[in-house]
Design a binder for this molecule. Structure first.
Ligand SMILES: [Fe+2]
Length: 287
């Protein structure tokens, strides 16, 4: 079993690096840490970086998860290879670019590209962004799935994720105490559906709501509160069709609760996504 320790970064290709970088700084509120050739790295917390944008086909996305020991990384590679899942070991140069000590890369059954990284670097500097969006941390991704039941089985039996709740057939998966670090969204193709950052308070969420509306950034869903995780949320549009989310107040499922915890079922419709009455564009959350 592969033990995912935490979500670490996303790598998102873009066909307009300059405007994506501007958006990340001025709208999203991330801190640019470095530019290395076509790769631009952004922080949202103590991680060296949580987002890397680079010039390329905008359909290319990679999500990284951390494992804690070299033995676990080797074990993960062996387990995936035994399942006939192609695994590629990262080179020294590729590890250096990602600011990790070692990594392997593979794809989940839908084809989502995953890096499993060992000893990712922390930053020695305090995170501060040019726009104060109140971001506290990179927290989860919505990952597209072409078969939710199959991918739920992969993530839970191979990667030790646990189902916290389901909206329709789509599971919200935890790898630690946080209600979810991966949300699977039904789709006809692979990729990241949304990228989530936790903000400090509902005040930050509402400040951003007015900030974004004033600047003409399309709001995709919310403000609202998820009945699943209990988090207040705001989804909005980014470059290359990516959706970004700020949320606050996500539920923890503690070690004490873990033993008796049973996933709840919510309908795949507006009430499954929001308890305040905000209506998602269900198409956008399922295709
Ligand atoms: Fe989310």
């Amino acid at each position: 079993m592969i033990n995912l320790h935490d979500i670490r970064y996303v790598r998102l290709a873009t066909d307009d690096l300059q405007s994506t970088v501007k958006y990340a700084q001025e709208i999203l509120g991330l801190q640019q840490v470095r530019r290395e050739g076509p790769f631009v790295y952004f922080r949202s917390d103590n991680r060296d970086h949580s987002v890397c944008y680079y010039e390329g086909n905008p359909a290319e996305h990679v999500v990284a998860f951390e494992v804690t020991t070299a033995e676990e990384l080797d074990g993960a590679a062996a387990q995936l290879e035994a399942m006939r899942t192609p695994v590629k070991r990262g080179s020294r140069d590729e590890s250096e670019m990602r600011r990790v000590e070692d990594f392997i890369t593979f794809a989940d059954p839908t084809g989502n590209k995953i890096d499993l990284v060992l000893r990712p670097h922390e930053s020695s500097r305090r995170y501060h962004a040019s726009r104060d969006a109140g971001i506290e941390s990179f927290s989860h991704v919505g990952l597209r799935t072409t078969n939710a039941a199959r991918d739920e089985e992969f993530w839970t039996t191979v990667c030790n994720a646990r189902v916290s709740d389901r909206i329709g057939d789509a599971p919200l998966l935890r790898i630690d105490e946080v209600h979810h670090k991966i949300a699977l969204f039904p789709s006809d193709h692979a990729g990241v559906q949304h990228v989530n950052f936790q903000v400090n308070s509902i005040d930050d969420l509402m400040r951003s709501y007015y900030f974004l509306v004033e600047r003409g950034v399309p709001i995709r869903f919310g403000p609202g509160r998820h009945p699943t995780s209990g988090a207040a949320f705001l989804y909005f549009a980014g470059p290359d069709g990516m959706i970004y989310e700020y949320s606050t107040g996500v539920r923890l499922i503690t070690a004490d609760e873990e033993r008796d915890y049973k996933p709840r079922q919510f309908p795949f419709g507006p009430t499954g996504f929001c308890m305040w009455g905000a209506k998602p564009n269900i198409e956008e959350f399922s295709v």
